[in-house]
Design a protein around this ligand. Structure first.
Ligand code: FAD
Length: 501
C-alpha cells in the first residue's frame, strides 16, 4: 500500500531520520514485511520510473534517504526477526531490526554477540553493509567480519526486481555480492532484507557456538578535565600521551585490546575534555582503566569527576554511555567529518585542534573533536578480504558539529569544514591513505570529500573510502545494479572510469 502524506505513518517514516539537517519529501512511503513485498514495492517504483531509496533505522549522517529528489521511500523496519537458520547454519537478522534489538536476541537466546555499533537505534540494514565498528571492535573486529550471507533484492538490466542470496562460500557464483556487503556501503547494490552471521572459524551447528560469547561484564568510565586546568602546554601533552598510548596498545595481542575509549574535546567556551571508556577485562578492568588515565594524565594532572560503573553486557548494550548521543526530543542537525589515523596526530595538528577548540571568534556551541580507539582484531584482516579497506588504523577521529536552529547551519558548517581542512592541510584537506592516514569510514559518509573545493588532494572520494577495493566494487555494481537504481551522493559508480567524479 502506498502511504501518502495524509497518513500518520508517512510522517513516522520521514521524521525518524536522525539528522534533522535534511528533510525527505517523497510522494509516498511503503512499509514492507517480507522479501516478496520488497520485490513488489521495488518493481512498482522501478516500472513507474520513480526515484527510490530504502531506509531501515534512519541513522544516515548525510541526506541519502532524506533527499528531496526521492519520490518513494521503502521502509524495511517492520522486518525484525532474529533467529537461527538451520539451512544456513547461521544466525539470521532481518534488515529492519535495530542494533539494540539484535543485541538483545543474540544475548537472550544464545549468550552471543556480533560486534555492532555504538548506538542501539541504528538499523541493521544500513549499518552492516558499511562494515560496522563498535565498542568491541578492538577485540572482535567489525560486524561485517562475521557476515556469512546476505539476501538482497536487486534490479537487473531489464528492470526486473528479484531476490538474490549471496554467501561467502568460495563456490558461490554470487560471492562478490556478499563481499560488497562487508564494507562497500549501503544503498549501492539493492535492498538488503536479511543478513546471516557466523564466525569464520565456527564449528558445529549449535547457534551458541557460531558467534563470540558476549562479555561477562562491562566496566564503563567517564572522567573529565576542565579547560580551566588545561593550558596550551597541558593540552599538547594530553594529546601526545593519548596518541602514544594508542600507538602502543592497538595490536590484536595487546592486553588493552579489551579497552575501548573515546576522547571527546568539546569547545572551551561550552564544554570540557571528556574521556569515556568501555572495558571487558572483568576484575582487571578497574586497574586497566586507572593505568590508562595515568598514562593520559602524565604531566597534565588527573581528571576530575571520575565515574566507574560495572554492569552486565545487555544492560550496557541497550543503553551505552547514556549521554553520548543525547539529543533534544525534536532532534539535532549534525555534520560529522570522519578520518582514520595510522599514527598519532603531529604537533602541528594538535595546535590546530587547540586553536579550533579555544578560539573565540566563532560561538559554535556543538563543536567536538572525537578520537575513538581502533585497531586490535580489526587490523588482523587483509584490506581486500572484506570491502572494508581500513585495516591499519589505530584511531577513528571525527570533527563534529551539531546545532538546533536551521539559521545556525552556515556558520557551523563553515567552522567544521575549516577545522578539518586545516587538520589535514598537508594532504589537500583530507586524510589521504598513506603513512599517517587510512582515509575515512563509509558508515560516516561526508559528501564534502567529493567536493573539489574542499578536497584539493587530487585523490577521489572513493579512494578515501574504499582505497584499492573500489574497482572491484564497481564491477559488483555493474553486475548487480546495472541501471544504477540505487544511488546517492557517494554511491559506487560503475560508469566512472577512474577520473575524479
Ligand atoms: C548516532 C549515530 C551513531 C552511530 N554509530 C555508529 C557506530 O558505532 N559504528 C558504525 O559503524 N556506524 C555508526 N553510525 C553510522 C551508521 O552505521 C550508518 O549511518 C548506517 O548507514 C545507518 O543505517 P540505518 O539503517 O540506521 O540508516 P538509514 O538512514 O535508514 O540508511 C542509511 C543508508 O543505508 C541505506 N540502507 C538502509 N537500509 C538499507 C537496506 N535494507 N538495504 C540497503 N541499503 C539500505 C539507505 O538507503 C542509506 O543510504 C552511527 C550513526 C549515528 C547517527
Amino acid at each position: 500500500m502506498k502511504i501518502r502524506a495524509d497518513d500518520p505513518r508517512y510522517r513516522a517514516v520521514v521524521d525518524r531520520q536522525f539528522n534533522k539537517r535534511f528533510t525527505a519529501n517523497p510522494d509516498y512511503v511503503r512499509l514492507v514485511h517480507s522479501a516478496d513485498e520488497v520485490v513488489s514495492a521495488l518493481q512498482e517504483a522501478v516500472s513507474e520510473r520513480q526515484r527510490l531509496v530504502v531506509t531501515s533505522g534512519g541513522h544516515c549522517l548525510e541526506g541519502f534517504v532524506s533527499d528531496p529528489d526521492v519520490r518513494v521511500i521503502i521502509d524495511v523496519s517492520p522486518m525484525k526477526r532474529v533467529y537461527y537458520d538451520r539451512h544456513m547454519n547461521a544466525v539470521a537478522v532481518e534488515a529492519g531490526a535495530t542494533v539494540g534489538e539484535t543485541f538483545r536476541v543474540l544475548f537472550d537466546r544464545w549468550g552471543v554477540v556480533v560486534p555492532l555499533g555504538e548506538y542501539p537505534a541504528i538499523g541493521m540494514g544500513g549499518h552492516v553493509a558499511g562494515g560496522a565498528f563498535g565498542f568491541l571492535c578492538r577485540q572482535l573486529g567489525l560486524a561485517a567480519d562475521y557476515l556469512y550471507a546476505v539476501e538482497v533484492i536487486t534490479v537487473d538490466e531489464r528492470g526486473r526486481a528479484g531476490i538474490v542470496v549471496a554467501t561467502r562460500e568460495a563456490s558461490d557464483p554470487n560471492r562478490e555480492l556478499w563481499w560488497a556487503h562487508t564494507g562497500g556501503g549501503a544503498g549501492n547494490f539493492g535492498i538488503v532484507t536479511r543478513y546471516w552471521f557466523r564466525a569464520l572459524d565456527a564449528t558445529g551447528d549449535d547457534a551458541a557456538s557460531l558467534l563470540p560469547r558476549a562479555p561477562e561484564s562491562i566496566t564503563t568510565l567517564r572522567a573529565e578535565w576542565s579547560w580551566s586546568d588545561v593550558d596550551h602546554a597541558g593540552f599538547c601533552r594530553l594529546m601526545q600521551n593519548h596518541g602514544v598510548w594508542c600507538e602502543q596498545n592497538s595490536g590484536a595481542g595487546s592486553p588493552n585490546a579489551s579497552l575501548w575509549t573515546l576522547l571527546e574535546i568539546h569547545r572551551q567556551q561550552f564544554g570540557k575534555i571528556i574521556v569515556r571508556g568501555v572495558s571487558t577485562a572483568g576484575a582487571e578492568a578497574e586497574r586497566q582503566i586507572e593505568a590508562h588515565l595515568e598514562a593520559l594524565g602524565a604531566g597534565v594532572g588527573v581528571p576530575a569527576a571520575k565515574e566507574l560503573a560495572r554492569m552486565g553486557w545487555l544492560d550496557f548494550a541497550l543503553n551505552p554511555l547514556p549521554d553520548l548521543f543525547a539529543a533534544p526530543p525534536s532532534g539535532v542537525s549534525v555534520k560529522v567529518k570522519d578520518a582514520m589515523l595510522r599514527k598519532r596526530l603531529t604537533g602541528r595538528q594538535i595546535d590546530v585542534v587547540f586553536d579550533y577548540m579555544t578560539r573565540t571568534d566563532s560561538d559554535v556551541m556543538g563543536g567536538v573533536f572525537g578520537l575513538a580507539t581502533y585497531g586490535g582484531v580489526v587490523n588482523t584482516v587483509a584490506p581486500d578480504a572484506t570491502a572494508s579497506a581500513q585495516r591499519s588504523s589505530i584511531l577513528d577521529t571525527a570533527c563534529n558539529v551539531g546545532w538546533l536552529d536551521p539559521a545556525d547551519e552556515a556558520r557551523n558548517l563553515a567552522w567544521v569544514r575549516a577545522f578539518y581542512r586545516e587538520l589535514f592541510a598537508d594532504t589537500g584537506g583530507v586524510p589521504v591513505p598513506g603513512d599517517a592516514y587510512d582515509g575515512a569510514f563509509i558508515n560516516h559518509p561526508d559528501t564534502d570529500l567529493a567536493d573539489p573545493t574542499l578536497n584539493t588532494s587530487d585523490v577521489p572520494w572513493h579512494t578515501l573510502y574504499y582505497q584499492a577495493n573500489y574497482p572491484r566494487l564497481q564491477r559488483v555494481k555493474a553486475r548487480w545494479d546495472p541501471l544504477d537504481v540505487f544511488h546517492h551522493a557517494l554511491s559506487v559508480n560503475h560508469r566512472d572510469t577512474g577520473a575524479r567524479d
